[in-house]
Ligand binder design. Structure first.
Ligand code: M6R
Length: 601
């Protein structure tokens, strides 16, 4: 939700900021802006819509070596030019970009800023006005910034320019993500490392309630009381090429295609010297000491968690619950005596999940995060971490992170079974290698999946996915993927539930796509297909070769172990959604109203 960049160095900041914002655009794309500071003052350019619209209005004759930029996912104030960042203080001395929500902005406005003319409806403008207010009272800039942030309740990642100081860029964070990147003769600020990967691979994490004064050749981190902090930089494991689309028309398609390679990479990363799958012994111990696992996640990560529950309970016989993060805080279940919390988050920054993490840590429970982003907040703050190794996922719709999450959850299930001396009836590495091959075979069937999307989804406003058992969890992800990228109203149902109400929605031509990969429920799900077909539904069966297939099935998946079918089902569900989105002329990588990293609750 919103992306921030900043640059202080010796090169032309404008181009660097615009490239950084383009890299960050998946975090929000309602409006965008940059501010460039040079000897003539601060020049602000902002525009409603995408970075492409901003590029058109930035004056190429304005050159500066210091600047900040922002791409917005609107919270307070309509997504228009007036509310686009950067925002400026009354005199124009201070210019700010902000990611987060200041909960008490109205109170601060009333308490300190009566009589100040505001130029936007945002909570952000209150911060920049308050800094100026305190400076006008005689405080130094850093002191005014600290005082303002001590009074601001909520979340923020900010970058601030002071027109009277061309040698410092101020940044601060609380709850919202922010990194500083280090270069030779320059330094940068970014919401995540992908933004500035063309500039540097060296980053320093910031903790909550820290302020940084960034210069061309150094940085000073302090807490809100002005105490100095030190922290070593780290090097990110990817480079600029990993964030590029290459010959692909969309990131989503590229990321779907990458899934077999991601699975093979994961097998390498989690294979030990003896050629068996191994997880950190401390994590295996924590799992074995827990009497119940609580998986907490949102969206696609939640759907991966549902599959994970099935794997952990079936393979390792460890009771497991799965919860939606945003519900957990209010709908907290009765907890077992020795729970272990597992947070699943591609970005590692999802605010709803983080608030549960903070809560359960306070209760003293052990925590494990599964994430794709090393150094992310959820990764840092949990007791244990497992990385997804999927490489940067840029498309807003999660694809390769979903299958990587399921694979890592399978590793957890296998390790937990081994710890409990439960004998597996399959060779995990061999079976997962077969999954990678099966994924490749499905990826090769793009023409068929495109045709399925055309046949079933080209003239419809709604569609249903049905399945039973583990296939039902797949259906929930299939429906989410379809609706988020193609805007077709889609729902995933348990096959047996249809006749308890939903079947009333079936009419002539309603598309119903059924996953039928499980032998034990094959007859039942086919009966459900019959029930809807009799009532006019246009049905499509996705079955598994040699296990559940019957002549006439529209899609037949290559055979894999019954626990691992969701990994293969992911490919058709994602490609069908992708082609349906293309048919509907949707912006595949940046669906409307969404943002990749949901950093507000
Ligand atoms: O970064 P996270 O995995 O925590 O994000 C959770 C959801 O916001 C995310 O999976 C979302 O549902 C995706 N847009 C789904 O494609």
């Amino acid at each position: 939700m919103c992306g921030i960049v900043g640059y202080i160095g010796n090169q032309d900041a404008g181009g660097i900021l615009l490239t950084g914002l383009s890299n960050l655009e998946y975090r929000g794309y309602d409006s965008a802006g940059i501010a460039l500071q040079n000897a003539d003052g601060v020049h602000v350019f902002k525009e409603k819509g995408r970075i492409a619209a901003l590029r058109k209005i930035v004056d190429p004759d304005v050159h500066a070596t210091l600047g900040i930029g922002h791409t917005r996912w609107a919270t307070h104030g309509e997504p228009n030019r007036r509310n686009a960042h950067p925002h400026q203080s009354a005199s124009g001395r201070f210019t700010i970009v902000h990611n987060g929500v200041i909960d008490n902005y109205n109170l601060l406005k009333k308490q300190y800023l009566t009589g100040v003319a505001f130029h936007s409806d945002t909570d952000t403008e209150v911060i920049v006005q308050l800094i100026e207010h305190f400076v006008n009272d005689g405080m130094g800039v850093e002191e005014a910034l600290r005082k303002t942030l001590k009074r601001a309740e909520g979340s923020y990642a900010i970058a601030l320019l002071d027109r009277e100081n061309d040698d410092t860029l101020y940044v601060a964070k609380n709850k919202s993500p922010l990194l500083i990147g280090l270069g030779d003769g320059f330094n940068v600020v970014a919401s995540d490392a992908t933004a500035m990967i063309q500039q540097t691979k060296q980053y320093v994490e910031l903790m909550d309630e820290e302020i940084v004064a960034l210069t061309r050749d150094g940085y000073t981190i302090k807490d809100l009381d002005g105490h100095r902090k030190t922290r070593s930089p780290y090097t990110v494991s990817f480079d600029a090429r990993d964030t590029e689309k290459g010959a692909y028309p969309h990131y989503m398609l590229k990321e779907i295609d990458e899934q077999p390679a991601v699975l093979r990479r994961l097998l390498q990363k989690y294979e030990d010297k003896n050629g068996t799958l191994a997880i950190d012994p401390a994590i295996a111990r924590a799992i074995s000491e827990a009497d119940r696992l609580y998986i907490v996640a949102c969206g696609t990560s939640y759907h991966a968690g549902l599959v994970g529950k099935e794997l952990i309970e079936r393979i390792a016989q460890v009771p497991t619950e799965v919860h939606i993060s945003s519900e957990f805080s209010y709908n907290t279940p009765l907890l077992s005596k020795n729970p272990l919390f597992i947070f699943i988050s591609q970005s590692g920054e999802t605010a709803d999940s983080r608030s549960v993490l903070v809560k359960v840590k306070k209760m003293g429970h052990p925590t494990l995060t599964l994430t794709n982003v090393e150094g992310s907040t959820l990764c840092r703050e949990a007791d244990y971490k497992m990385l997804l190794h999927a490489g940067p996922e840029i498309a807003v719709a999660s694809t390769k992170a979903y299958t990587a999450q399921i694979a890592v959850l399978a590793f957890i299930a296998i390790a937990a079974a081994e710890k409990k001396k439960i004998k597996l009836d399959f060779d995990p590495i061999h079976e997962l290698s077969l999954v990678a091959q099966a994924m490749e075979r499905m990826i090769d069937q793009k023409a068929l999946l495109k045709e399925i999307a055309r046949r079933y989804l080209s003239v419809t406003r709604n569609a249903f996915y049905i399945g039973r058992g583990i296939d039902y969890y797949v259906c929930q992800e299939a429906a989410l993927k379809l609706k988020e990228v193609s805007y077709i109203q889609a729902e995933g149902f348990a096959g047996g539930e249809l006749k308890h109400g939903t079947i009333a929605l079936i009419e002539d031509g309603t598309p119903v796509l059924a996953f039928a990969t499980q032998e034990n429920v094959n007859n039942s799900i086919r009966s459900n297909v019959q029930e809807v077909s009799t009532r006019g539904a246009y049905t499509c069966i996705i079955s598994m070769e040699g296990v559940t297939d019957k002549p006439g099935d529209q899609i037949v998946l290559p055979k894999v172990h019954r626990f691992l079918t969701p990994l293969v089902c992911a490919i058709p569900l994602q490609l069908i959604a992708y082609y349906a989105a293309l048919q509907n002329e949707c912006d595949v990588d940046k669906p409307r109203n969404l943002a990749k990293s949901v950093t507000v609750e």
